[in-house]
Design a protein around this ligand. Structure first.
Ligand code: ZN
Length: 151
């Protein structure tokens, strides 16, 4: 049987877009940030609870297209329990996957479930939808007061 990875990836994105994981406000968050992608109208608030440098809990709230919601949902799932430094390293790899595609030197298979977003790089209009949550994460961890905009 020939499994079409594109279809499989799309199903996961639709599932996470419709039923985002870790959705809601996080009580006791130590870091929060807001992100906005004016090109598409996606917006989200990210809540992170750091304990000893590790992400003890992470959640988000927001509204936007399926890609932005799915990316945020997948990100929170991938980051729980990770060290702050690991989270930022992952940001770099996901960002390379989304903006440079196969030329970025990142093998999607090494990114686990986040690989489902690997096809997004072919759609420049969608890249900002997918990177919004990650830019917001970096802003939250670096405790920047300014709201994040992908512009
Ligand atoms: Zn979007």
């Amino acid at each position: 049987m020939n499994v079409d990875l594109g279809d499989l990836y799309q199903e996961v994105i639709i599932d996470h877009g419709r039923h985002p994981r870790n959705f809601g406000e996080l009580a006791g968050a130590t870091h929060t940030a807001e992100g906005f992608n004016p090109l598409c109208g996606d917006q989200l608030t990210l809540y992170v609870k750091l304990a000893d440098g590790h992400i003890a809990a992470i959640a988000f709230q927001g509204a936007g297209c399926a890609i932005s919601q799915a990316s945020a949902s997948l990100m929170t799932t991938a980051l729980k329990g990770k060290h702050e430094e690991e989270a930022l390293a992952l940001f770099g790899r996901v960002h390379a996957m989304l903006t440079e595609g196969p030329n970025g030197g990142v093998r999607p298979a090494e990114l686990g479930k986040l690989a489902v977003l690997s096809g997004v790089w072919e759609f420049p209009m969608r890249v900002k939808c997918a990177t919004l949550a990650w830019h917001t994460l970096r802003s939250a961890l670096e405790a920047t007061a300014e709201p994040v905009s992908t512009e």
